[in-house]
Ligand binder design. Structure first.
Ligand SMILES: Nc1nc2c(ncn2[C@@H]2O[C@H](COP(=O)(O)OP(=O)(O)OP(=O)(O)O)[C@@H](O)[C@H]2O)c(=O)[nH]1
Ligand SMILES: [Mg+2]
Length: 318
């Protein structure tokens, strides 16, 4: 049977295999995605980000438990920057997400940040679509908000949870510029530790000053949790549902999805063009020579890039 049919019939094996195909940038991945596309757009995508060790996986585990109790199915993608081996990452997250890992209503997948031909954001968004088509109600993407790539990943979510913990040096100031601004819900985790109250005050004050929020009708809540004890996970899921309802009612969700569809198309165009250029360079002596002339300082990279592009489009153009 074909993979897409199997997936739509509920096969977890097909789900896994399809994600592996997109992760490896397999040439026939696009064919499957085209077939699946009409089935996407139903799931709510939640990004969960924050510095290393803040408790994202533990929170994901607990939130998932609450969502399951409310009758929703969940797909989890953990983007693991530290591990070049997807297998290793799966193991680590399975342990931290122990209580939900064996639930058939939950699918957990780790993705390494290295080695994606089409970029991490592309691979993750494809994996999200596959989980969406499979029928998961909520898809959680866990990622450390460090690199630009990861910020892109989390920006692709409908609702972004930003996790902070007390005692990480100078608190929110240490967050990378631009990361603090992307949250819809702020989580102060490890509230069993000292300094939680102060951090909640700091975050709230910062949000009050945020110019972006003055123009938006959404007021990001600051939710306190002790993920390791499951405290606050119900409130967090409530906040999540409230944001989702807000997005739906105000039309913001539709707006976001439209914009995203356009951006995604351009992203695919970019990826395709780059693919053609690379193919050209490997097959065509003239193009390869242009590149060589740059490395030997005979030609500037701007002129070279233009020439290579012209060569590529000459044979592949309209
Ligand atoms: N004291 C305390 N420890 C917690 C809490 N939540 C999580 N932890 C612990 O913090 C450690 C890191 O938790 P993870 O859930 O792995 O954190 P993470 O953000 O997913 O970590 P990375 O994926 O490596 O970035 C684990 O030992 C957890 O048990 C909490 O509320 N209080
Ligand atoms: Mg984690």
């Amino acid at each position: 049977m074909d993979l897409v049919k199997e997936l739509l019939a509920g096969s977890v094996r097909a789900l896994s295999r399809l994600i592996t195909l997109v992760e490896n940038g397999a040439p026939d991945a696009a064919r499957h995605l085209i077939e699946l596309y009409p089935r996407t757009g139903r799931a709510h995508v939640v990004g969960i980000t924050g510095s290393s060790g803040t408790g994202k996986s533990t929170l994901t585990d607990k939130i998932t438990g609450v969502l399951r109790d409310r009758g929703l199915t969940v797909g989890i993608i953990a983007v693991d920057p530290s591990s070049p081996f997807t297998g290793g990452a799966i193991l680590g997250d399975r342990i931290r997400m122990g209580s939900v890992a064996l639930d058939p209503g939950v699918f957990i997948r780790s993705m390494a940040t290295r080695g994606h031909l089409g970029g991490l954001a592309g691979a993750t968004s494809d994996a999200v679509k596959i989980l969406d088509a499979f029928g998961k109600d909520i898809i959680i993407v866990e990622t450390i908000g460090v690199g630009q790539d990861e910020v892109e990943v989390v920006k692709a979510a409908d609702t972004v949870l930003l996790v902070l913990v007390p005692g990480l040096g100078d608190g929110i100031q240490s967050m990378k510029a631009g990361v603090m601004e992307i949250g819809h819900i702020y989580v102060v985790n490890k509230c069993d530790r000292q300094g939680a109250d102060q951090l909640v005050r700091e975050v709230s004050a910062r949000l009050e000053q945020d110019q972006r929020l003055k123009e938006s009708r959404w007021e990001p809540p600051v939710v306190r949790t002790v993920a390791s004890m499951g405290q606050g996970s119900g409130e967090l899921v409530d906040a999540l549902m409230k944001h989702r309802a807000f997005m739906e009612e105000t039309g913001a969700l539709e707006e976001l999805r439209k914009k995203r569809a356009e951006e995604e198309t351009l992203f695919i165009v970019e990826r395709e063009i780059f693919g053609l250029v690379k193919k050209r360079l490997s097959l065509d002596q003239d193009s390869a020579k242009i590149l060589k002339r740059v490395s030997e300082h005979e030609l500037d990279p701007y002129t070279a890039a233009k020439k290579i592009l012209e060569h590529t489009l000459k044979d592949n153009g309209p």
